[in-house]
Design a protein around this ligand. Structure first.
Ligand SMILES: *Cc1c(COP(=O)(O)O)cnc(C)c1O
Length: 706
């Protein structure tokens, strides 16, 4: 019996469970309430359940399930014939080190803010599944990213609950002497120390650097406090720990990565540490640069110049003074590496420029974004035409099994081996779909939407209770009164993402009368669910949230326009599986890729999006809808007006009629045809297994060079 309990506890120590449906059920079954309350964190869950209870419950069906899951876990860890072993053995022999300021792996590990982190999380999971020797590097943010509450006025309030290592599946990294492994990094005139934590993600390892240790001066302890917290000074310090600290950690562990992959420019300082090592070995500066370049690849994510990290010359000087002395590098040489114009080294230091200068290959994250990036950085390569600028693209994907839920997973398993197998190729997806009837797809849609609605009411009860302690019962009752209830019969639109203003969450409210006619149509109504966080310093984004909450309280929208607070990976999973249509309204071309629309596909959701990011590549006229045709206006108001018109017209003339058009068995056959089309054209392409295979073959294996 103790052996079984040991196995259960062992499963909690590797985030592999987070993408295995049956493993998640093992934890949830122990106590659905505690599972929900503890943010689906099995380490915390088991701290609340006594050994006596575990012994009593590890019997019969539960024990069988545990054995099955544990055997699958062991088989996974010991698998020899992985994709990498068969196709890229060099990437098994030597590790790839992937640096990212955030990783969104599971909602219980709050070291991410949004899309960039979710991408990194999905990347590391696919790298593990495919068998790459893969190491992630990030920071251990004690407070993580904030938890969002809305106050009575719909204004975002942030709080930062602490994350304790003992509640997470992390272990301290120790040296050969058994003591904590500590690395030392120079910042300004100080030595800053960091310890490291190890987090297992399937076969991959994620290292988290942590400066919150007594050896540090107090203002340096806070470096690893909040994801993207603080000012520019905090930012540069975080990036030094991530880049230079990360490179030092790998060195100290005796790891020799074949490739260093910088996910966004935040980690680009790692190149300085690699340069320093080469120079210390006696290489000339030119030779050192060539060596470093041959080992680094860089992915850029930001299609607007203002979004790139830049530091003033003064700040660079102040921060790097001692470090440069220690590695024997001139300050002006450093500035040259990060200046947009190498002849003017008195301006700003740009992390993207440093990363581009010291990587052998660089890429944007969609076809359109690759093009935009080549235009944006052409001035760094004045001898080249835009088309020759050495920035390619690999379009982002999602980790399919992480984004399918219990229902969807079981559904597709009836027709194919697993969702991974189904999305391996278009042929596989078509073969699975050929076995599924329209009735079955429609039944799946109803079940998923019912699940979402049930979830929303449980969630709202809690949310409204905090928001309106006085008028709570009133508000909640109004929302649930028969005429206002959400219904699975109704076309349901979802919109959830970071509330960066370019994503234009309130666009659909541009014309309230028109929206009222759409939502409250007597026979073809619509309901909309929103969620999203604004960055704590972004008052304009917070005002967008406030506007939506205000709209949701108008009598005509009450109970039909819902805002769910505290968007995170868990809420995202619920939403993408339940809604019929996923709405995406960025100002083109500001969405580098976007991935949330890729998450709904296997659930039978359809995308309705501006032709931005991944969507222009994926959209074929039959697998969803576009908002406009990529038209661009000089003036923001004009753009908004135009896009809103397009949005309403497509909704009224195409989406709503298609959804409510039924055959004699009450099945919307044209709608389901679109679902089938979306599954065969999107799911096999826009997933991270395909994406990581692309990175591996084209970038990690040196096959594509500048
Ligand atoms: C997928 C996801 C994102 C990214 O969505 P975009 O479409 O790229 O904006 C952000 N946050 C969470 C929690 C997600 O799951």
């Amino acid at each position: 019996m103790q052996k079984k309990i040991f196995a259960l506890k062992e499963l909690t120590k590797n985030l592999w469970w987070s993408w295995d449906t049956e493993a998640k059920q093992l934890f949830e079954e122990l106590s659905p309430l505690l599972w929900e309350r503890n943010n689906h964190n099995p380490v915390e869950l088991l701290r609340h359940i006594s050994n006596d209870e575990l012994i009593a419950r590890c019997h019969c069906k539960y024990a069988e399930k545990l054995d099955r899951v544990y055997a699958r876990y062991q088989a996974y860890l010991n698998e020899k014939n992985t994709w990498a072993a068969l196709n890229a053995p060099e990437l098994v022999a030597n590790p790839v080190a992937y640096f990212s300021a955030e990783f969104g792996i599971h909602e219980s590990v709050r070291i991410y803010s949004g899309g960039l982190g979710v991408l990194a999380g999905d990347h590391i999971k696919s790298a593990s599944d495919l068998g790459l020797n893969f190491i992630g590097i990030t920071l251990f943010y004690k407070e993580g990213y904030f938890r969002q509450h809305l106050n009575h006025d719909g204004w975002q309030m942030e709080d930062y609950p602490l994350q304790y290592p003992e509640n997470l599946p992390v272990e301290k990294v120790t040296g050969p002497d058994g003591k904590d492994l500590i690395i030392t990094v120079n910042i300004a005139q100080s030595e800053v120390y960091a310890q490291a934590w190890r987090l297992k993600v399937g076969r991959a390892t994620l290292f988290l650097l942590d400066t919150n240790i007594p050896a540090n001066e107090s203002h340096y302890r806070d470096i690893c406090c909040r994801v993207y917290g603080g000012d520019q000074n905090m930012r540069i310090n975080q990036e030094i720990i991530l880049g230079i600290g990360g490179a030092k950690l790998l060195d100290k562990l005796g790891l020799q990565p074949k490739v260093y992959h910088m996910n966004e420019g935040h980690s680009a300082f790692l190149t300085l540490e690699l340069l320093a090592k080469e120079i210390a070995k006696g290489a000339t500066e030119t030779a050192a640069m060539a060596t470093v370049r041959s080992r680094c690849v860089f992915t850029t994510h930001t299609p607007v110049p203002a979004g790139h990290d830049r530091f003033s010359r003064d700040m660079m000087h102040y921060t790097f003074d001692k470090y440069l002395t220690s590695i024997g590098m001139e300050f002006d040489d450093l500035m040259k590496l990060g200046s947009e114009d190498p002849k003017n080294i008195h301006g700003l230091f740009t992390m993207t420029v440093l990363a581009l200068n010291l990587s052998r290959a660089a890429n944007g994250v969609s076809k359109l974004h690759g093009q935009v990036s080549r235009e944006m950085w052409q001035h760094l390569y004045s001898d080249k035409k835009v088309s020759e600028v050495p920035i390619g693209h690999i379009t982002n994907g999602i980790h399919t099994s992480s984004w399918s839920c219990g229902l969807t997973d079981t559904f597709w398993k009836n027709y194919t081996g697993s969702v991974d197998e189904m999305t391996l190729s278009r042929e596989n997806a078509e073969a699975a779909l050929a076995k599924v009837s329209d009735d079955e797809i429609w039944s799946l849609r109803y079940s998923l939407k019912r699940n979402l609605i049930d979830f929303i009411y449980r969630y709202l009860a809690n949310q409204l209770f905090h928001q309106h302690t006085h008028s709570f019962y009133n508000e909640y009752d109004v929302m649930r009164s028969a005429k206002n209830t959400l219904s699975p019969d109704v076309l349901t639109i979802g919109f959830a993402r970071r509330f960066a203003t370019y994503k234009r969450a309130p666009l659909i409210f541009s014309d309230l009368d028109r929206l009222n006619r759409i939502i409250n149509h007597p026979t073809r109504p619509v309901q909309i669910v929103f969620a999203g966080k604004a960055h704590p310093h972004d008052d304009a984004g917070k005002d967008y949230i406030r506007q939506i909450v205000e709209h949701s309280r108008r009598p005509q929208f009450t109970g039909k326009v819902i805002f769910l607070e505290n968007y995170n990976l868990g809420v995202a999973k619920r939403m993408v599986s339940g809604v019929d249509v996923w709405l995406n309204t960025p100002v083109r071309p500001m969405e580098a890729s976007g991935t949330s629309g890729e998450k709904n596909v296997l659930h039978g959701g359809l995308n309705f999006s501006v032709l931005d990011g991944w969507w222009p590549e994926a959209y074929n006229g039959d697998n969803g809808w576009s908002i406009g045709n990529g038209e661009a206006f000089e003036n923001y108001e004009e753009q908004d007006r135009f896009d809103a018109q397009q949005l309403y017209a497509t909704l009224e003339n195409q989406i709503i009629p298609t959804f409510y058009e039924r055959n004699e068995h009450n099945i919307p056959t044209r709608w389901i045809k679109k679902i089938r089309n979306a599954i065969t054209t999107i799911a096999p392409q826009y997933n991270t297994h395909r994406m990581v295979r692309d990175y591996a073959l084209r970038y990690y294996l040196n096959q594509e060079e500048k």
